[in-house]
Design a protein around this ligand. Structure first.
Ligand code: DLZ
Length: 198
């Protein structure tokens, strides 16, 4: 069968066992978001990333993704320089909804800065210009965070015209591909390559 033009090409195998990965997702369109997160995590785990080194945070909508990714990354940088002198709960707390609350060494999780962060959101076009403004701003914002922070930021933002299009990109409809899987693999590849490039 001829290779498809679409997609990242033949899968590369990278060892994610040393990586720490963040996932920041919007809660709008949750029925699409959930399978995308599942697909993303499945590929992280199958690439060797430890469950304890995957940190998942949520925000209300896609608009909030750039600031959340930025804050999550800087919190992990602070944690990496201070964790050795911190007890569990100091500075970073333990509530999973707080962007500054990252697992500490006492949980067995890595306290290194994130090797990659995956931003996941689903924008579905409505009747107004809302979609266009958010899609453009979030895309620019995520690129800005990625280049300013120097951390790979995987673009898991679906910008679709219909709910059907969203479902068929989340592997929900029969025979469709879950794009979250690609995002998980991209995070591992970029996380590993970033360490090589350092
Ligand atoms: C307001 C809004 C609308 C209309 N549509 C979406 C959407 O399709 N996907 C999404 O992730 N978020 C949506 N939002 C919420 C905004 O992203 C944002 O959370 C709010 O405007 C508050 O800042």
């Amino acid at each position: 069968m001829a290779a498809s033009l679409k997609g990242p090409g033949e899968a590369q195998k990278h060892d994610g066992s040393a990586l720490r990965i963040g996932i920041v997702h919007a809660r709008w369109n949750t029925t699409i978001i959930e399978p995308l997160i599942t697909g993303t995590k499945a590929k992280l785990l199958s690439s060797g990333v430890k469950e304890s080194n995957i940190v998942v945070q949520s925000v209300p909508g896609s608009w909030e993704l750039p600031i959340a990714c930025s804050k999550l990354y800087s919190a992990s940088q602070i944690q990496s320089t201070t964790s050795s002198t911190l007890g569990a709960g100091d500075l970073l707390g333990s509530s999973s909804s707080d962007l500054t609350s990252l697992p500490t060494a006492s949980t067995g999780a890595s306290t290194a800065p994130f090797d990659a962060i995956i931003a996941i959101g689903v924008l579905i076009k409505g009747e107004t210009m809302h979609f266009e403004y958010i899609a453009e701003a979030v895309s620019q914002g995520l690129m800005r965070v990625q280049l300013d922070a120097g951390v790979p930021l995987i673009f898991g933002l679906l910008t679709v015209l219909t709910e059907e299009q969203a479902k068929s990109r989340a592997g929900v409809t029969s025979g469709s591909h879950n794009h979250g899987e690609d995002w998980g693999l991209a995070a591992v590849e970029l996380g590993v390559k970033r360490r090589e490039w350092a």
